[in-house]
Design a protein around this ligand. Structure first.
Ligand code: SF4
Length: 448
């Protein structure tokens, strides 16, 4: 396995492990806040989950405070990675029950209106790009936020345990070091109210992580061999499964959505195919076809949704062609790619926009053996009406919705009144910093 840049571990792996366990234990008893372990299935979050799991087993009856293991599935994850994560969660849940430790798992997913197919085919969004990355906030951040908000509403506040490490990347290290940390090593989450973040393996190097995983079998059964092989197949290196509540972007990661059009090529799928998983090749071909459609003038409206000239949403015929292709691909692959709820949502959106007979998506689905009723549609989620409005405005202006959302958040939280002395200058400066950060992030993402 590749190593981190030349940063010598200042403690041996065994002592790092011991000190992580000791500080986790003292954190666990320090207050009554619920714990949420963000588990992506990647190596770093696996270590954190294992440390927590082992601590709870060791504490036995003394462990009373519930811990939730939270994972997200975009519904367009690489199929073998998605299967691995689902299986791991089932094993964790079963073992926790058998061992009587207060740990449960939760897998969150985007709603039909937030999903990749809902946005792309239903609404006609162009496939996400580094400049218009609508996918991360819809498919990852919002479903996770909903789950965490539910816990904080019921229990006041939570501690989020993340597998972030200083040496993971220069950018990540800088961000972690810039955060203000309290005496217990916690820092407030910059977006989630009432959430404190703990990073128990912040000081670990990549070698420490692999050494731990190789030497410590899964306490929930099996070993980490499959995880290692996933990394090897995906090309090795730093390639965490994407799940990061702190960072609203994940393009460039090697384990991500198989449909990802933000990165130049899907390295994980290519790696899996090179390792013999040839059956995944049609997914790569489909994804490449989608990339081409983005810039195909005949497929996009020449008018934006606000009436201005410019590349707008996919035209109805293009959306129908994409839906046909997804369903044909699904038949070819032999496993589900699109849900009934997504199909019904697509019909609902088309009915509102151009299909006044309310039948085109239903008919296309039926041709491929998928019988749907439009009442299956989850429709729009009214509690997130503002989110939809911000996204529509960003789409019309051709800017990243996350950027607009963050700007509105800053205005609301930090500068509620611009009449105060210095508020306008402060807000301008904050906006400038935000735009610079977004430009930097976009530069870091491999270009198309
Ligand atoms: S992996 Fe790609 S498509 Fe999936 S959420 Fe991240 S950037 Fe978007």
């Amino acid at each position: 396995m590749p190593t981190d840049p030349a940063i010598a571990p200042h403690q041996s792996s065994a002592s790092l492990n011991r000190s992580a366990q000791a500080s986790l234990e003292s954190l666990y008893f320090a207050d009554t806040r619920r714990w949420v372990v963000a588990f992506s299935g990647g190596k770093d979050s696996t270590v954190v989950l294992q440390l927590v799991f082992e601590m709870l087993v060791e504490l036995g009856d003394k462990a009373k405070k519930p811990v939730v293991v939270l994972s997200s599935d975009t519904r367009v994850e690489a199929p073998n990675v998605a299967a691995y994560v689902t299986d791991a969660l089932e094993k964790v849940e079963e073992s926790a029950r058998a061992l009587r430790i207060p740990l449960s798992t939760r897998l969150v997913e985007p709603s039909a209106s937030e999903s990749f197919w809902g946005k792309l085919i239903g609404k006609g969004y162009p496939p996400p790009s580094r400049w218009f990355r609508w996918c991360t906030s819809n498919m990852k951040i919002r479903p996770s936020r909903r789950a965490i908000d539910k816990i904080t509403r019921a229990h006041g506040s939570v501690i989020l345990l993340l597998g972030s490490r200083i040496t993971e990347s220069t950018q990540r290290g800088r961000t972690m070091q810039e955060r203000s940390i309290n005496s217990r090593g916690l820092n407030p989450h910059h977006e989630i109210p009432n959430a404190l973040v703990a990073t128990p393996i912040a000081e670990w190097t990549t070698d420490d992580v692999w050494e731990y995983l190789v030497n410590n079998p899964c306490p929930w059964g099996g070993n980490h061999g499959f995880l290692l092989s996933l990394y090897r197949q995906a090309g090795g290196g730093e390639c965490p499964v994407v799940f990061d509540l702190n960072t609203p972007s994940c393009g460039g990661s090697r384990f991500g959505c198989w449909t990802c059009t933000v990165v130049k090529e899907d390295k994980s799928l290519q790696g899996f195919i090179r390792s013999g998983e040839d059956h995944l090749q049609p997914l790569v071909d489909f994804r490449n076809w989608l990339v081409g459609l983005r810039d195909e003038p005949g497929y996009r409206s020449h008018v934006r949704r606000n009436g201005n000239a410019g590349p707008g949403p996919f035209l109805p015929a293009a959306r129908q062609e994409i839906l046909e292709s997804v369903l044909a691909l699904e038949e070819r692959m032999g496993f589900p790619l699109i849900t009934d709820e997504e199909l019904a949502y697509i019909q609902t959106e088309w009915s509102a926009e151009f299909d006044y007979q309310n039948q085109i998506a239903v008919r296309i689905a039926a041709k491929h053996g998928r019988m749907i009723t439009v009442s299956d549609a989850t429709g729009k989620d009214n509690s997130f009406a503002e989110h939809e409005m911000v996204e529509a405005a960003a789409l019309e202006a051709g800017i990243d919705p996350d950027l607009l959302r963050q700007a509105l958040d800053i205005r609301r939280k930090e500068f509620p009144s611009l009449d105060k002395w210095g508020a306008k200058t402060g807000f301008e400066r904050a906006l400038g910093d935000l735009v610079k950060k977004a430009a930097h992030q976009a530069e870091q993402t491999p270009p198309q």
